[in-house]
Design a protein. Structure first.
Length: 255
C-alpha cells in the first residue's frame, strides 16, 4: 500500500511540474522533474518486475509442458510404428515357414490358462477345429469362434492331444499336454529307437482338420524307461514358446 501511495504522489507531482513547465519556468522545472520522476521510474520498474518474472515463468512452464506432450506423442507414434513393422515381419515369417498352408493371420489378444484368444473369427473364415501355427510350429487348434474373435486350445493344455510322427523314423504316436508346459509322447511301437533331440511333427488328420501333416510339434527332451511292452513314452519340449505368442496363422486349407 505504501508503494502505491508513493506512486500516486509522484505522478501528481510530475503533473504539476509539467503544468509549470508549460507556463514558462522551464529551467527550474526540468531539474525538479528529473529529481522527482527519476525515482518514480525506478519505483514503477521495481513494482512491475515481479509480475514480468511471474509471467515469464508461466510461459516457460507452458512451453515445457507443450514440448513434453509433443515428445510423448512422438514416442507413442514411433512405438506403434515399430510394433506394426514387427507384427508384419512375424506374419511373413509364419507364411514362409508353412508355404503349403493357406493361413489367416491373427494376433493373440488374451491368454487364459491353457487357451488363448485371437483377434479374428468367422468374418475372416475361421471356424472350430482349425489348426493354429507360428513360424516355429504348432500352437494349438480353434475350439470356438465368434464373428471377430476365436478361442484357441493350446497344444500344451492338459486336455489337448494330437497324432504325431517322429521325423526320420516314421514312428507314430500321440502327444498330450501337461500342466508343466511340456508334452507327453506315446509311441505305438515300444521297440522304436527314440533319442533326445529327435523332432516330432503332426501326423495329419483326415482332410487336414484339425491338423495338417508335417507341422513341427516339438523336440524329444527325455526318453522314459520302458515299464511295459505296449508303448514307449518320452517328454517333448514344444516348438512354440507359448508365453510370447503374438502373431499366429490359422490354417484355413492345406495343400
Amino acid at each position: 500500500m505504501r508503494r502505491h501511495r508513493l506512486l500516486v504522489v509522484l505522478l501528481v507531482a510530475g503533473a504539476v511540474l509539467v503544468t509549470i513547465d508549460v507556463r514558462g519556468h522551464a529551467s527550474v522545472v526540468r531539474a525538479a522533474s528529473a529529481a522527482v520522476l527519476g525515482p518514480a521510474e525506478r519505483v514503477i520498474g521495481a513494482a512491475t518486475r515481479p509480475f514480468e518474472t511471474i509471467a515469464g515463468a508461466g510461459d516457460a512452464q507452458r512451453r515445457a509442458e507443450q514440448a513434453e506432450r509433443r515428445a510423448a506423442r512422438l514416442a507413442a507414434e514411433l512405438w506403434a510404428e515399430r510394433a506394426a513393422r514387427a507384427r508384419e515381419a512375424q506374419r511373413h515369417r509364419v507364411e514362409a515357414a508353412h508355404p503349403r498352408l493357406s493361413l489367416v493371420p491373427a494376433r493373440v489378444v488374451a491368454v487364459r490358462g491353457g487357451s488363448v484368444t485371437i483377434d479374428a473369427g468367422t468374418r475372416a473364415g475361421i471356424g472350430a477345429d482349425m489348426a493354429v501355427v507360428t513360424a516355429d510350429g504348432l500352437a494349438g487348434r480353434v475350439v470356438e469362434a465368434g464373428p471377430d474373435v476365436a478361442t484357441v486350445l493350446a497344444a500344451t493344455a492338459p486336455s489337448a492331444a494330437a497324432g504325431v510322427r517322429v521325423a526320420g523314423t516314421g514312428a507314430i504316436g500321440t502327444v498330450e499336454g501337461r500342466r508343466d508346459g511340456l508334452l507327453t509322447l506315446r509311441l505305438l511301437d515300444p521297440d522304436t529307437d527314440l533319442r533326445p533331440g529327435q523332432r516330432v511333427e503332426t501326423l495329419g488328420s483326415s482332410g487336414s482338420k484339425p491338423y495338417p501333416p508335417g507341422v513341427p510339434v516339438g523336440t524329444v527332451e527325455r526318453v522314459n524307461p520302458a515299464h511295459d511292452q505296449l508303448t514307449r513314452t518320452a517328454l517333448v519340449r514344444p516348438a512354440v514358446t507359448f508365453g510370447t505368442l503374438d502373431v499366429v496363422g490359422v490354417v484355413r486349407d492345406a495343400d
